[in-house]
Each structure stands twice: as structure tokens, then as C-alpha cells.
Design a protein around this ligand. Structure first.
Ligand code: NAP
Length: 272
């Protein structure tokens, strides 16, 4: 039996167990994925304890994504981002598959980010991962954030890998006609949060690609409005599934069954 899990505090409702267990079952693997609530002060014991017990992989969620870097070696873009969401436990190597998941969601919708101007709204964990990967892949990134100091800091960090500037959140209308891709990395539009657009509607020209990282509901206010304006849209659920799929590939070396994982995620979210 191979063991996998997700650690967070609080762990809350995660769809990762449903996604991975469905993939294991589909491929006939003798493996199980469990969730564990781990307090910040127990993080070291959890990581080394998992290694001693022979675990193959962990996903890591809030609030451990940065703290875990004390115990694992970051690989690839995780090094620059400074956050890890997937650990290869035997090797104690950490990856940021959130970044990869976002890029793959765009690519699978036929969007090539190289040479494009991308507006990333939000400078939290998701915004940070996305800003780094897009700049690394040759996009010019414009970061905006409600709290200016946090956005300025992110733009400065991202400039280490590519082109990135900050633009004030209350002056986004000025960017009309200058943006190819808009990414919402705030909780605006999420079930239980404020239902308002994260950007002024005036930015939604029909040639702009709109990617909402929010996946519950699937069709957010931003996605609905963008569709009405004729924009190409990219769904948050695809980022979620692709980040899980990449973790699966890292841990097992196998091709992840994307459709099975997506179906399991939608069902765990009560969205199908
Ligand atoms: N599809 C996926 O796989 C995936 C993965 C991760 C996250 N997400 C989505 O991304 C969202 C952000 O996640 P996170 O982990 O980055 O969260 P986080 O670290 O808490 O960051 C939240 C970001 O949203 C901004 N924000 C919060 N409330 C706002 C409001 N009322 N108006 C404007 N900006 C606001 C914050 O700005 P301040 O700095 O001013 O507080 C911050 O930039 C989540 O809600 C989730 O829906 C999706």
C-alpha cells in the first residue's frame, strides 16, 4: 500500500482526497490519500514522521506552504515563489503545482502566455504563484492588489524572473486596451464572499482572455460577464484539477487520468 495525504490547519473541506483516490482506483493502484490537520508547531514532526512511515507524497495547504521550506528542498519555480504545495516525501523535495496548474489551465484553453500582457488581480498565495509562472514563461505581468504594499512587494519579487510592474487597484480602468489576459486571484465571486467583479467591466474587451481562479461556483460573476462580452474564459476548476494531476505525476510517474480527477473534484464540490 502507498500512502499520500494533505496537511493544513484547519484542513477544512479539501477535494484533493476525492481527486487522488479516484485516480488511484481508476488505475488499479494500491494507494490511499488521507487528510491530516497539523498545527504549525507540529509541522516538522509531521514531515519527518511521514518520511519514517514510508509516505510517498503530501500536499500542503494553508498555513504551511511557506513554513515547510524549512524541511524540504524547493524544486523549479517553487524556489522563486517561496511556497510549496506538493512534497515528494522520500526525497524531501517541494514543488509548486498551483503555478503549473494555472499555466496548464491557460494552455489547455489554447492560450500561449509568451509575449502577452497579463493582469494578475491579487497578491496572496494564488496570485503570487501565477505572477511568477507567467513572468517566467515570457508574459509581461501587471500585478494589482487591494493592499498596495503587498502588491508592490510581489511585483518587485517577480522582476527577478521576468517583466513585472504594479498598477494601483483603484485605477485599473487606465489599463483598457493594454491587456491580453486577466486573472482573478482574489476570493471575489466565490460562494460565501462578496459577489462583485474584481476588475472594472470596462476592461472586458472581446479579445481579452479571462481566467477566474475561483472554482465554486464554476460560473462566477466574472466568468458570466466575460462570456457576455465575448471573451474567451478559463475556469478555476481546471487549475485545481491540473495542480492535482501534476502532483500525481510527480509522485507516481504515471500519466494522471484528468477526466476522472475532474469528475471526482466536481462531485466532491457538489457541482455535478
Ligand atoms: N483554482 C485553484 O486551484 C485555486 C487555488 C488557490 C486559490 N484559488 C482561488 O484564489 C483565491 C485566493 O486564494 P489565496 O490562497 O491567494 O488567498 P490569500 O492568500 O488569502 O489572498 C487573497 C487575495 O485576495 C485579495 N482580496 C481578498 N478580499 C478582497 C476583496 N474584498 N477585494 C479585493 N481583494 C481582495 C487579497 O488582497 P489583500 O492583500 O488586500 O488582502 C489578496 O491579494 C481563493 O479565494 C480561491 O478561490 C484557486
Amino acid at each position: 500500500m502507498q500512502y499520500f495525504g494533505i496537511i493544513g490547519y484547519p484542513i477544512g473541506h479539501s477535494v484533493s482526497p476525492a481527486m487522488h483516490n479516484a485516480a488511484f482506483k481508476h488505475l488499479g493502484l494500491e494507494a490511499i490519500y488521507l487528510k491530516f490537520e497539523v498545527k504549525p508547531e507540529d509541522l516538522r514532526d509531521a514531515i519527518f514522521g511521514a518520511k519514517a512511515l514510508g509516505f510517498k507524497g503530501f500536499n500542503v495547504t494553508i498555513p504551511h506552504k511557506e513554513a515547510v521550506l524549512e524541511f524540504v528542498r524547493p524544486v523549479g519555480i517553487a524556489k522563486q515563489i517561496g511556497a510549496v504545495n506538493t512534497i515528494d516525501i522520500p526525497k524531501l523535495e517541494g514543488y509548486n503545482t498551483d503555478a503549473y496548474g494555472a499555466l496548464k489551465a491557460l494552455e489547455s484553453a489554447g492560450v500561449d502566455v509568451e509575449g502577452k500582457v497579463a493582469l494578475v488581480v491579487g497578491a496572496g498565495g494564488a496570485g503570487r504563484a501565477i505572477a511568477f509562472i507567467l513572468a517566467d514563461k515570457g508574459a509581461t505581468v501587471i500585478v494589482t492588489n487591494r493592499t498596495e504594499s503587498r502588491g508592490l512587494r510581489l511585483a518587485e519579487d517577480v522582476r527577478k524572473v521576468g517583466e513585472c510592474i504594479f498598477h494601483p487597484y483603484n485605477r485599473l480602468g487606465e489599463l483598457k486596451g493594454r491587456i491580453d489576459i486577466i486573472i482573478n486571484a482574489t476570493p471575489l465571486g466565490m460562494k460565501g464572499f462578496e459577489q462583485k467583479l474584481p476588475i472594472p467591466e470596462i476592461l472586458l474587451d472581446r479579445n481579452v482572455v479571462v481566467f477566474d481562479t475561483v472554482y465554486n461556483p464554476l460560473e462566477t460573476l466574472l466568468i458570466k460577464t466575460a462570456k457576455k462580452k465575448g471573451c474567451k474564459v478559463v475556469y478555476g476548476i481546471d487549475m485545481l484539477v491540473y495542480q492535482g494531476a501534476e502532483a500525481f505525476r510527480i509522485w507516481t510517474g504515471l500519466e494522471p487520468p484528468i477526466d476522472i480527477m475532474k469528475e471526482a473534484a466536481l462531485s466532491a464540490l457538489g457541482l455535478q
